[in-house]
Design a protein. Sequence first.
Length: 298
Amino acid sequence: MEPMDPWYKGFRGHIEKPSAKEGGVSYTICGVIEEVNETTLRITELPIRKWTQDYKEFLESIMTGNDKIKDPFIKDYREHNDENTVHFEVILFEENLILAKQEGLLKKFKLTTTISTSNMHLFDSEGVIKKFDTPEQILDEFFHIRLEFYEERKKVLQDNLEMELLKLDNKVRFILGVLEGKIIVSDRKRADLFVELKEKGFTPFPQKTKTVQGVVAGATDDVEELKENSETVTSKGVHASDYEYLLSMAIGTLTLEKVQELCADRDKLNEEVDDLKKATPKSMWTKDLDALERELDV
């Protein structure tokens, strides 16, 4: 398995990896500091978990004018920070710059932190707190669980797309039936139209309803919904909501142009269904990861 190393979006410093990675390890997170001239240093990144305000206080603690220290190390500093970037210019004595370079600029100016990838506690796949010693152990724990969810996701997506395809087919049939005079929608009772649509084989897509067994004490919304649906049932057991997706189309849209538009949508959906059928849970996951990398601009 490829090692999982720490990474932070937008971080401009560098992360020092250990020479050998056995179990959980500590990484050194380094900020960015560079020499401008004999008396000036520029700091353009702080290590992770070190905040700008805290760092300003550190610089002031080693600066000339601080009565609490006998030997100030820097003369002054200027800050050009904004909400997205760090930019300090540090002015110091020439001899002190030499000393800082000998000690190491990152160390002298406290521009390193460490993070550990061991002793991590989180919920496992069963919802139980578990200690993980490495990031790879976490991946092992959840990889197969996530893959199973991609299998479920594929089924849900395919069912939804096929349902939309069926709706489009029914809409095309309905509009053509109206245009050819085989289905009359004007000057007639809606209940009779519901029955005709059922007899002609149009697929019902009922809105979500509650059964009598599903109504509980105090659930007034459920009772009202149940009453409403019971009032819209025809003598032949057809609910008004079964064909609302057809009858809700405005008269002005029952045209050949609309049929062509729906057919184009249907062709596009057919392609999506075909692509989804060819996909595997692994390929779907990989596609999502590729999209994530593009978004993160890795």
